[in-house]
Design a binder for this molecule. Sequence first.
Ligand SMILES: C[S@@+](CC[C@H](N)C(=O)[O-])C[C@H]1O[C@@H](n2cnc3c(N)ncnc32)[C@H](O)[C@@H]1O
Length: 467
Amino acid sequence: MKGFVPTPRKTVDAMVELLFRKRHPEPNDAVLDPGCGTGEFIDGIIRWCDRKRLALPRITGVESDPRHLPLLHSKYMRLRTVEIQHADFLTDGRTTYNFVVGNPPYVAITALSDSEKTRYRARYATARGRFDLYLLFFEQALRSLAPGGRLVFITPEKYVYVETAGPLRDLLARHHLEEIRFLQEDTFGDLVTYPTITVVRRAPPGRTRVRRRDGSLATVTLPSGGKPWLPLLEGSAPQQTAVTLGDLCLRISCGVATGADSVFIQPVESLDPELRRFAYPTIAGRQLTPTTTELLQHFAMLIPYSADGQLLPLEELGAFGRYLMRDDVRQQLLARTCVRRKPWYAFHETPLLREILRPKILCKDITSTPRFWVDRLAQFVPRHSVYYIVPRKPDDIDVIAGYLESPSARRWLAQNCQRASKGFVRLQSHVLKRLPLPDHVAAEAAEGSVIHAADVPSRHTDSACRG
Ligand SMILES: C[S@@+](CC[C@H](N)C(=O)[O-])C[C@H]1O[C@@H](n2cnc3c(N)ncnc32)[C@H](O)[C@@H]1O
């Protein structure tokens, strides 16, 4: 079932209350529940009207999954004011409604077919980058709203800060976004979505009331233009600085994905001396813990590539080539889907050693508290659970690493990074690149960002891997 997650009754009732708080529905009003599932919101509207002893408005539930239809039809067949439409909300529909309420599907782009992606991209301004269906539901729901009408949706909070949701923020800020209410993480039981209720009125922009997860309240004016809202919603003014981490760095990327770590990653201790020529110290996210003070060379990555990312011919790999050709190893490598269109012993992604083997700062991709480690000697090839940050000028490394560990950088990252479960955050390169640097950090960092060969130290020869 595409994105089916029923909304708990308590949350439904709170949302229906928000929907009708400022204007009670009249019998001629039209209310829409797009992606109505098993009718939780329709039931909520009926309960609300019963409690207030009001006649039901006209209610339309739209659902694309035929498996919900028998239940929906049997529940509402006696109610003339409830209509169930078996339709795709994102394709059909020209009717307008006075009220829209619901819990749209959270379906990532990876779960959509190519034709769906093409169709949605052509029709929706919010179908940008790696979009999620709930962003499109917002857009379509706003289109379906009559002037003065009100929309109440529960969705993941991510739309207030992720880059992909910029067009939606831009669109919402053109209306009166009346309230954003951050709900507790356990609203949907074990399914951690960081849910948020958004109340929008189809009216010119006005002030927005914010109810935060800690219970505190604020009133803000949302910026136009799709900028992330989280710093504003969480109560810290956005930092105004012209220089970002991306400006001072040559590269901010995720580490190397071999596609077969069991073949290419080996303990340094038991490394065949004949393989050392191709072995580079490597580090995984799980080796970076709060107690890690020194980067240890416990594991090596065997890399069949030249410094500029050319896959070396097998015959040039010597003992490494013979190891790769071993029946069990070769079979394992051939079983990878990522090599269908490339040589069988290639990595999942080409490692650009020339850029990786520079003095750099390392951090885990998912963490409760962002921490940073310096690979001053340019020795390590980070694995794909580690991000690496290469300053343009190696001399800047300490000032940048120092700032990354500061409370203000931590606060910014907590506010701008995507959240994973259990309070963890994801440090992604596009977010790290946007980290604003205060003037003193930018000033301390040397001017002129040209890389000279002399800035890049030659490989440290005291390594446990390549001799
Ligand atoms: C998160 S569930 C919410 C169900 C219900 N509104 C509730 O809150 O309990 C989203 C629903 O949207 C439906 N859905 C997904 N894509 C749809 C589409 N394009 N048009 C209509 N319904 C859709 C799913 O089948 C699912 O029932």
